[in-house]
Design a protein around this ligand. Structure first.
Ligand code: COS
Length: 384
């Protein structure tokens, strides 16, 4: 379907497509097998200026909007969402600075992330705080001209690989959601370390570690935004990043439709290619319908967010749920169409099915997204 993209948007698609076809697809199986971080591929994305897409022009970026980043991530996700997650997590890590940071923080951190020289990571989740984002235990206490951080973040994408970490910590426990603040921590800060890489079901090219703060001292001016606004910045960050996760779902969906259709045309059973059997055709048709419907919603949501940035929570959650549930269903069906071969590592759909699962979990489970949508509906209809 033609979504009438601008020339610049077509260019973003073309660049991401080329990196996906030439660099990601040939390497994805090996990166998955070896749990290997895709540094060289990320370097080629940096050379192609992809890291600059979400960063404002005055800080060395492309100044792209939500649809621009969605288009890039959809293509990268078609290749491998492990690689694409490493890329997306750098954008996620820098959003708090874009959304709430001072000009000084923006000048200090955004240009090196826009150029791809440095990677970023976002630290919210803890052992006892995931869906309950305001239940975090990590603390930050002001001591003279420094903040002293203590606590442990869990399952942080780009942990150990990023140089810039934006993290949320409690600065005044009595104030509830208004008692959290966000900070920038740099690789090498005293008292800051990362745990070993986690062993995951999928997205194994990406790195996931703990972030450990033991009397970690950082300068006072590394606070992002005003004291006590950390939870709001976290929520706005997640609202901004969720369409990107939806785009990864589109990427997997497209790759699965492609793989399963090509296979069904080649695989002969009972003397005919299996695509000539209605049972298989209907599965492929349902996969294609769900994919295209999800794409229409993700693009429409991204355009809405670009036009109305203050009204993004509901549409952001809606497109995340729809496209990632679609990715799980369509990847499971692709394995089914391909039968025994689909279940084997020799074909890429088994990896896509393992990878798809995380999309329903990270950056807010799809159950939490439904809570957000339900709460927004409740508010809207109370006003009517
Ligand atoms: N944008 C701006 N402000 C927001 C917001 C948003 N999207 N969502 C909530 N807020 C504000 C609220 O307005 C409220 O402000 P006041 O204190 O001024 O009233 C404050 O934040 C607290 O909001 P709320 O009471 O709704 O917070 P809850 O603790 O009930 O949180 C959910 C609700 C479940 C929506 C939230 O915890 C959430 O999104 N969880 C998922 C987190 C997640 O994605 N985790 C995975 C992380 S992997 S990176």
């Amino acid at each position: 379907m033609d979504y009438f993209l601008s020339e610049e948007q077509e260019m973003i698609v073309e660049i991401a497509q080329q990196i996906t076809d030439e660099r990601i697809i040939p390497q994805r199986a090996e990166l998955d097998e070896k749990d290997e971080f895709p540094r060289e591929i990320l370097n080629s994305m940096a050379q192609a200026d992809l890291f600059g897409v979400p960063i404002p022009e005055e800080y060395g970026g492309f100044g792209g909007g939500c649809l621009d980043i969605v288009l890039a991530l959809e293509q990268l996700g078609r290749g491998c969402i492990g690689v694409a997650t490493a890329f997306a997590a750098s954008a996620l890590g820098i959003y708090p600075i874009i959304i709430s940071g001072s000009n000084e923080l923006k000048e200090k951190y955004l240009p090196s992330v826009a150029s791809g020289e440095k990677f970023a990571a976002f630290g919210l989740t803890e052992a006892n705080a995931g869906s309950d984002a305001s239940g975090i235990q990590t603390t930050a206490v002001l001591d003279g001209d420094e903040w002293v951080l203590n606590g442990t973040k869990q399952w942080i994408t780009n942990g150990g690989e990023a140089q810039i970490y934006t993290i949320v910590a409690i600065t005044d426990r009595k104030r509830g959601a208004r008692g959290a603040s966000m900070f920038v921590v740099e690789e090498g800060d005293a008292g800051f370390s990362c745990g070993p890489k986690e062993k995951k079901m999928g997205i194994r090219a990406s790195s996931t570690t703990e972030l450990i703060f033991k009397d970690c001292r950082i300068p006072k001016d590394r606070i992002i935004g005003r004291l006590g606004t950390g939870f709001i910045t976290v929520m706005k960050t997640l609202d901004s990043s969720r369409p990107g996760i939806a785009a990864l779902g589109l990427g997997i969906g497209q790759a699965c439709v492609d793989e399963a259709t090509v296979y069904a045309k080649q695989r002969v059973q009972f003397g005919k290619p299996i695509i000539s059997f209605q049972a298989v055709q209907h599965m492929l048709a349902d996969m294609a319908i769900q994919l295209e419907a999800s794409r229409a919603l993700v693009y429409a949501a991204a355009k809405h967010i670009d036009a109305h940035p203050k009204d993004m929570s509901k549409v952001s959650s809606m497109c995340k749920v729809m496209a990632t549930d679609m990715a799980m269903k369509v990847s499971t069906d692709a394995v089914q169409v391909m039968g025994g071969y689909g279940y084997m590592r020799e074909y890429p759909v088994e990896k896509m099915m393992r990878d798809a699962k995380i999309l329903q979990i990270y950056e807010g489970t799809n159950q939490v997204q439904r809570n957000v949508i339900g709460q927004e509906l409740n508010k809207e209809y109370s006003r009517k």
